[in-house]
Design a protein around this ligand. Sequence first.
Ligand SMILES: Nc1ccn([C@@H]2O[C@H](COP(=O)(O)OP(=O)(O)OP(=O)(O)O)[C@@H](O)[C@H]2O)c(=O)n1
Ligand SMILES: C[C@](O)(CO)[C@H](O)COP(=O)(O)O
Length: 236
Amino acid sequence: MGVVALVPAAGRGERLGYGMPKALVPVDGVPLLVRAVRGLFDSGRVRHVVIAAPPSDVDIVSTVTAPLAPADGAVHVVAGGAERSDSVRLALTYALREIPDTSIVLVHDAARAFTPPAVVGAVVDAVAAGHAAVIPVLPVADTVKQVDADGVVVATPDRAALRVVQTPQGFDAAVLLRAHEVAHHAGLGATDDAGLVERLGVPVVTVPGHPDAMKITTKFDLAVAEALLVGTRGAP
Ligand SMILES: Nc1ccn([C@@H]2O[C@H](COP(=O)(O)OP(=O)(O)OP(=O)(O)O)[C@@H](O)[C@H]2O)c(=O)n1
Ligand SMILES: C[C@](O)(CO)[C@H](O)COP(=O)(O)O
């Protein structure tokens, strides 16, 4: 059972506004991407990681992440694409071509840098148990409204049936490839890989996520991540 993690990390981080690709933004001196890749390897379930890097940063990303791999694995770096789905497709194509026995594929945002390794393990276990698509989720804490184009409320969904979606998302490799191929040929982009698999009619199952797997999108999120780190090691 070959588990390969794809890490889309080629985003510009415009909402964060740090002046560099978000994956390279340091938290306590360690880039988000390094933290995300370390978490994947720390799960003990991943041997190979394929990073889709900002095209101009492939060399620096390779240098910084190569030492993170275990002795029996490796970090591979490819140039990412214009949209997240392009980056995932490029990394997936590379993995299936270059890494033997790739049967289970995880897709994990570099921006979810603090995901506990136990969440990675739970996703891998569920795919290995026979589920073709697995996503970590959290319950919704707030009331959610559906609104029309004018912002007028049209419905109040039952939040007991709603979940917030995280990564890593885990897939049977052949199913994920088919989902991306179909979407690409149809000209469909999507930021959520499980959404592409849903379009194939393949069931997507859930496992518990974790609050620490939050996606760092804004300055507020970065401040929360920094506070989390201080909480982990104790305030000075
Ligand atoms: N063309 C892209 C766009 C996004 N991503 C990656 O997809 C993940 C989720 O994207 P998001 O958090 O929205 O990151 P950005 O696209 O960088 O954010 P922004 O929209 O603020 O620029 C990130 O790890 C990001 O690097 C990617 O690999 N390739
Ligand atoms: C995959 C994802 O992280 C699940 O929550 C999310 O869909 C990424 O979306 P974004 O628009 O690229 O932030």
